[in-house]
Design a protein around this ligand. Structure first.
Ligand SMILES: [Fe+2]
Length: 346
């Protein structure tokens, strides 16, 4: 088993190069480092090109800027000016925006986001990437994109005031612990309240990202258009990224499962217009996913269709009787109305 795409460490240094034989030792080391999803080199998909959505360097800069801001907020690092280092955050948002705007592809696969299981900082950057791609598609201007991006990078800053034992508790929270978790939107708002370098709308995203369109959210049970447009985006991307991440209390959902959850809540907990915009950019079946079709054939996803994210092009390699299909055949599901993906095999 060989590695299909190089892996970089949290410091941006190459950990393992493409093509290297994955021994048990390497696999265990990767797991120890928190790398829990990788591309495997497979003869069936060797010709499939994987272009990173954003450069490692950009992601690293963004993660470090968020880390610095969040640590400042938690009071573990004292800044003489007593404010967040907003210039680093603005630079990170602008770099991500520039890269996303110049990329040909607009579909995000889960491996574009899940490099490391360093949840707090990676989650903030992932939400920022997901929200910005939606904002770019909605033709937001530079100003709006920057405000949205900053708010998404900082949306969970209030969690810095919650002890790690509560944040990472595997079991059920007691009422006191639960109250602390529920207070993080307001605490985040307060942390940013006196910081002139942070735009007011970023504070609103902090305050409202757990509000839900049907009024079932917190802290103020706001509903419908009482919730800011950017907060509606934050709600969807926050839940999607959280669901597709491994947490102490549950394993990560597969992308198609997280998409199904978001779709089911569209028009209820989540704003329908926002969900439709989000779904345009998410690949429920990323490249390399093995699926079973309604014909009974097994196939692997080899190309994504930008206009129909849930209808990728697949390569059939085994028929419904378990016999290998040789030579393999490809079908573009966006053109085959009668064939559907029945389930994800691996
Ligand atoms: Fe949150």
């Amino acid at each position: 088993m060989r590695l299909g795409k190089s892996i970089y460490g949290p410091d941006g240094k190459l950990l393992l190069g493409i093509g290297i034989e994955l021994t048990d030792y390497y696999i265990q080391r990767l797991l120890d480092l928190g790398v829990f999803m990788i591309y495997i080199d497979d003869p069936l998909t060797r010709d499939v090109e994987i272009e990173p959505l954003i450069d490692e360097e950009t992601r690293l800069k963004a993660v470090n800027a968020v880390k610095k801001a969040l640590l400042l907020a938690s009071g573990t690092m004292k800044d003489k000016r007593g404010i967040l280092e907003a210039s680093g955050l603005v630079e990170a948002v602008d770099m991500i925006t520039d890269e996303l705007a110049t990329k040909k592809r607009t579909l995000i696969s889960v491996l574009d986001l899940k490099c490391y299981n360093n949840y707090t900082y990676e989650h903030s950057v992932n939400c920022c990437v997901l929200g910005l791609i939606m904002g770019i598609n909605s033709s937001y201007n530079e100003f709006k994109l920057r405000n949205l991006g900053l708010g998404l990078l900082l949306h969970d800053i209030g969690k810095m005031l919650i002890p790690n034992e509560i944040l990472n508790k595997p079991g059920t929270l007691d009422p006191f612990e639960f109250k602390q978790i529920m207070a993080h939107p307001q605490n985040g708002y307060r942390l940013l309240q006196h910081d002139d370098s942070i735009p007011p709308v970023a504070r609103i995203i902090c305050l409202q990202h757990h509000e839900r369109c049907d009024g079932s959210g917190y802290p103020r049970s706001l509903a419908g258009d009482s919730i800011h447009e950017f907060s509606k985006i934050a709600a969807v991307v926050d839940v999607y990224d959280a669901l597709t991440s491994d947490r102490v209390y549950r394993r990560a959902y597969r992308p198609h499962q997280a998409v199904a959850y978001i779709k089911a809540q569209s028009g209820h907990r989540f704003d329908n217009y926002t969900v439709q915009g989000f779904l345009k950019h998410i690949a429920p079946y990323p490249l390399g996913t093995t699926v079973r079709l309604t014909t009974g054939d097994e196939a692997v996803v080899v190309a994504l269709n930008e206009k129909a994210p849930d209808r990728p092009t697949v390569r059939l390699f085994r028929d419904k009787f378990g016999t290998d299909i040789d030579p393999v055949q490809e079908i573009d599901l966006s053109k085959e109305e009668n064939v559907h993906i029945l389930e994800v095999v691996s």
